[in-house]
Ligand binder design. Structure first.
Ligand SMILES: [Fe+2]
Length: 389
């Protein structure tokens, strides 16, 4: 049985113009034209370019009469100095629209460039929620990894290299104008990144479903996304060139993004951002390790919601109590990560025990800690990290 909302719940739902389907990359040029663009900055990365998607997007832009400046000098987990450099290229080239063709790093970089181009300053000035007023330069996002959900979200995450932590920036102005998802682009994603990004999408779906800001408008998307990742991740890993499971993962990622941009997230992301800022380890990998521990922490206050998660995963929960079903959902996450070949502990991926104190301290300042269903103290965050270590 799916939990219902209280009659006093206030629900808000903000999303971009979404175009989804096999072959829709061809619509990127017209999407830019609808935003009034004639000369765009395309933010992409070398891996996506090597797979041919950047060139295909540039071709569609040219066919629509849009000229483009290509900028691809960013790394995974985009850094503050990288987005500052991208902003200089955007301004010097006289661009009018930002187009991202890539994973979450490209999309978050495009958002950060939009902020700096219109507001100036340093990206760290905008850390937190509601510090970016609109409007920003128009953005058209083409996600090519199926996980980040940043193409529909009001958040971007940039690494503050001086403080070695990730900065989360949230504002309604950061919701992209148009999201163009072509599942074909996922067929060239390598095995490890497919696993990382799918586990990131699963963590978005589960954390947004458990969030204190969840509503009936986000619940439906969160549960559908859980179902989608569980159904399509392993087939996508086994048959990487098959577009059908990729279509399923891309759809799940999109729905997880629709859920979390409106319901926000929880302690998994609040903690993983800090470890990611410190170590530059892949975001989805850290979430996969932390998620079951945070679910266990939350089970004392959210067993009913976790039982819904178990149901969406396809588990037979009819004869289980909510705590039993919650535990089954937690074991399912562990099982999935294991089958996807991911390590199960922070120690295995090189996180140092000595770093956990600062990780726990900084996690309490992350924007997403507020909506975790169970209040998190510094000692709680430290205990979760130690269990995951
Ligand atoms: Fe994430």
């Amino acid at each position: 049985m799916i939990s219902t909302n209280s009659p006093y719940t206030v629900a808000k739902f903000l999303v971009p113009d979404v175009i989804f389907g096999v072959g829709v990359l061809s619509e990127v040029g017209q999407a830019v034209r609808r935003q009034g663009g004639v000369h765009v900055l395309v933010v992409s990365d070398p891996r996506v370019a090597e797979a041919g998607w950047t060139a295909e997007a540039l071709g569609h832009l040219a066919a629509a009469g849009v000229s483009a400046e290509l900028w691809d000098e960013l790394t995974p987990n985009p850094k503050d100095h990288e987005v500052a450099a991208g902003c200089e290229v955007y301004a010097a080239s006289g661009c009018d629209v930002l187009v991202a063709v890539g994973g979450g790093s490209c999309i978050d970089s495009a958002k950060a460039i939009a902020v700096l181009a219109s507001r100036g300053g340093a990206i760290a000035d905008y850390a937190g929620v509601g510090k970016v007023g609109g409007p920003l330069p128009p953005t058209v996002m083409v996600p090519t990894t199926g996980g980040s959900g940043s193409d529909v979200s009001q958040f971007c995450v940039v690494t503050d290299t001086a403080r070695r932590m990730k900065t989360t920036i949230g504002a309604r102005a950061l919701v992209p104008d148009i999201s163009v998802t072509d599942p074909r682009t996922l067929t060239t994603v390598p095995h490890d990144i497919t696993a990382y990004t799918a586990m990131d999408a699963l963590s978005h779906a589960i954390e947004s479903y458990l969030s204190k800001a969840a509503s009936f408008l986000t619940d439906a998307h969160a549960l559908a996304a859980i179902r989608g990742v569980c159904e399509h991740l392993l087939p996508a890993l086994d048959h990487p060139g098959d577009v059908c499971p990729r279509d399923g993962l891309a759809g799940a990622s999109l729905q997880a993004g629709l859920a979390f941009t409106n319901a926000l997230l929880g302690a998994t992301h609040a903690i993983s951002h800090q470890i990611g800022g410190l170590t530059d380890l892949p975001h989805g990998l850290l979430n996969a390790i932390l998620l079951p521990h945070v679910m266990e922490f939350n089970a004392t206050v959210a067993a009913d919601r976790l039982a819904d998660v178990a149901g969406a995963m396809g588990l037979r929960t009819g004869l289980m109590t909510p705590p039993e079903a919650a535990d089954a959902a937690i074991q399912m996450v562990r099982s999935f990560a294991g089958k996807a070949g991911l390590p199960g502990t922070l120690r295995e991926v090189g996180v140092r025990l000595a770093d956990l104190d600062s990780v726990a301290r900084n996690a309490l300042g992350d924007a997403y800690i507020v909506t975790n269903p169970r209040p998190v103290s510094e000692a709680d965050a430290r205990a979760i990290c130690e269990l995951a270590w």
